[in-house]
Every structure is written in C-alpha cells, then in structure tokens.
Design a protein around this ligand. Structure first.
Ligand SMILES: NC(=O)c1ccc[n+]([C@@H]2O[C@H](COP(=O)([O-])OP(=O)(O)OC[C@H]3O[C@@H](n4cnc5c(N)ncnc54)[C@H](O)[C@@H]3O)[C@@H](O)[C@H]2O)c1
Length: 335
C-alpha cells in the first residue's frame, strides 16, 4: 500500500486528482493538505471525505506540516499554489509565500524523510508568450520567460524543485501544463465564468479583443498525464502536458453560448488584463513518445461535459455567485 500526500487537494485540479486516485488506486492511503483559500473548497472532496485524511492549514506552517511526514510518504503530488493571475497582479506577496517559500519547505521535508518521488505541477505560463501569427509551441526546451507575478513564482518553484534533484538527489518530476477546465473549477477562470454568466443570462465578459490564444486541457486528461509521470516518468525530467486544443476568448464564448442555446448578444468586450500574454501553445510530444500520453477529449466535448456538470451541481456553484470575483482592472466595465 502506497502513501501519497496531495497538496492543494481541495482545489480544482487537485480534487479531480484525488477522485482519480480513489478510482484507479483504491489501495493508496491519501493525505490532503489544503489551506482552503478562495479556490479551495472542501465540498470538492465530499464524496471521498471518509476515505482520505484531510488537513486544513497553510503549507508555510512547517510545525503542522512536519509531523505528517513521519507517516513516510512514498509520493508527494504538489498541486497547492496561488493560481489566479489577476489576483497575483493585485497581491504578489501571497504568491511568493505559497508558491516559492512553501514549496521549499515541502521539498526540504520530502528530502529529509525519504519521499520516493516528488511531482511538481506547474504551468506553461513560465515560458512567456508566443506570437499570435506563429506556429511555435512551448516545449521542454523553451527558455523560461515569466511575465506575471503568478508565472514568476511558478518559475521560481520549478527551479527550486530541479535544484533539489541536482543538489540533494531528491527524486523529482515536473509537469508544465496548459489551461485546464472541467468539474470543480471556481468561476474565476474563463470556462466556468462564461458558463455561469450565460446560464444566468448575464454578459459573458471577453478580455481585450478576445484574440489571445490558450491551449485547453480537459482536467481528466491532465490527471491521466500526472498519473503517468508520477509512476513512470524519469527522475529529474520535465514533461509538457497539453490538450492540443488552441482556442481564443471569442471562440470559447461562441462554444459556450451555442451549447447553452444563448444569444450572441451576451458577449461583452472588456478592458484587457495588464501584460496579457498573447498566445500559449504546447508541444506534448515528449510525453506521448516516452510515456504514451494522448489527450482524449476535444474542446467542444469537454465544454459540453463541463456545462453538464455545472447544470447538475448548482448547490456547489451558487455560493460563488453571491461574491463574484471581478478583477480590479475590469471593475469599471461591469459596474
Ligand atoms: N488551472 C489551470 O488551468 C492550471 C494550468 C497550469 C498549471 N496549473 C497548476 O496546477 C496546480 C493546481 O491548480 P488549480 O487550478 O487546481 O488551482 P486552485 O487554485 O483551484 O487550487 C489550488 C489549491 O491550493 C491551495 N493552496 C494554495 N496555497 C496553499 C498553501 N500555501 N498551503 C496550502 N494550500 C494551499 C488552495 O487552497 C487551493 O485549494 C497549481 O500549482 C497551478 O499552478 C493550473
């Protein structure tokens, strides 16, 4: 029986991964640590709550984290991070604490307690921005060029993770993935924001000219990729994870509105995010070649499944509607 610590397991991707582990590795002993910030929600784990050990605290609190390592974890899957780019523009300090300092504590404890593999979940945003018109893609060879406080702190944590491999011999793997969407994503990200706005006949707010492009990865494809890397990836290696589905803001709005049967007139163009990267695209051929990964869900199919989930889980998302997060730079557009 393996023991795994999942940090950030009450967040969007982390909770999907905990459900995935329960289904595919029923004998694993799962411990989750999550501080339950605006994105963390213990309800995400409601159906597995009795099968896992859950601790609510900030990873920066080493005195609470250290005793858990006495269990002798085989694996650490590190999802915990402050993740909202717009919030990072407003308050970078929290991002440095959670994404860099807390990651170092976790790495040090993993090193000192003989963790067999530390998997770090990171982002394609560390690579900067691509030209809209180019066919270039990010790969494991792309130099780092982070632009926002969020991506800069994720880049910092990636480097720290690698340094623990080279300096201390800790067995680590890193994945840099594109934009995820799917069940349990709070309405601070584009697919759930557009879905909930459109479902409630409110304006679907598209940043800038709506032409910035991201690659979209259905969260369950991402969980399969992490499973492969965690269990079969090579120590010290980085793997890029993509969904092979490039979409811009206008296309996403059109897909959501069409699936929901809502009018185009709900589209509203608003002020762009400061320093908004123009295009991200991911070449995941290393992961395909070495570990057999292929994304299985097209964007349209994934959005359909996601919308179905939101339709069936109103009790989950309704509380977010009362205190809907609007980034500072967009406030004048929606008042
Ligand atoms: N969502 C995406 O599209 C995406 C894309 C690329 C990479 N990632 C990476 O994947 C990981 C998970 O992302 P997500 O979308 O699930 O994020 P999320 O914000 O939904 O979840 C993160 C979770 O971590 C917890 N957390 C944050 N700081 C913590 C701390 N200091 N101590 C304890 N818990 C803490 C939060 O409470 C939250 O539950 C992150 O590392 C993120 O950088 C996400």
């Amino acid at each position: 029986m393996k023991k795994i610590l999942v940090t950030g397991g009450a967040g969007f991707i982390g909770s999907n991964f905990v459900h995935y582990l329960r289904e595919h590795y029923p004998d694993y002993q799962i411990t989750v640590v999550d501080k339950l910030n605006q994105q963390g929600n213990i309800e995400n784990l409601a159906s597995v709550r009795n099968d896992i050990e859950f601790h609510e605290f900030d990873l920066i609190e080493e005195s609470k984290l250290a005793p858990l390592f006495e269990k002798g974890f085989d694996y650490v899957a590190h999802f915990a991070a402050e993740t909202n780019v717009d919030r990072s523009i407003e308050n970078p300090d929290t991002f440095v604490n959670s994404n860099v300092l807390a990651t170092n504590i976790l790495l040090r404890l993993s090193r000192d307690h003989g963790v067999k593999r530390f998997h770090h979940v990171s982002t394609d945003e560390v690579f900067g921005s691509l030209e809209l018109e180019s066919n270039d893609k990010f790969s494991e060879q792309t130099p780092y060029d982070p632009r926002s406080p969020y991506s800069a702190t994720k880049a910092g944590s990636d480097h720290l993770v690698r340094s623990y491999f080279h300096t201390y011999g800790l067995d680590v793997t890193i994945s840099n993935c594109s934009n995820n969407y799917g069940p349990y994503q709070v309405p601070e990200n584009i697919v759930p924001v557009f879905t909930l706005m459109a479902m409630n006949d409110k304006p679907v707010t598209i940043y800038g000219d709506g032409k910035s492009v991201r690659d979209y990865l259905y969260v369950l494809d991402h969980c399969r990729a992490i499973d492969l890397i965690l269990h079969k990836g090579k120590a010290g290696e980085t793997y890029c994870v993509g969904g092979g589905q490039e979409q811009n803001g206008i296309q996403i709005a059109d897909t959501v509105l069409s699936i929901l049967g809502k009018p185009e007139s709900l589209k509203k163009f608003v002020t762009d995010r400061p320093g908004h990267d123009r295009r991200y695209a991911i070449d995941h051929s290393k992961l395909s070649r070495e570990l057999g990964y292929e994304p299985s869900v097209t964007f349209e199919e994934g959005v359909r499944q996601t919308i179905e989930w939101y339709k069936n889980n109103e009790a989950w998302w309704q509380p977010y509607m009362k205190d809907f997060y609007v980034p500072e730079f967009m406030k004048k557009d929606v008042e």
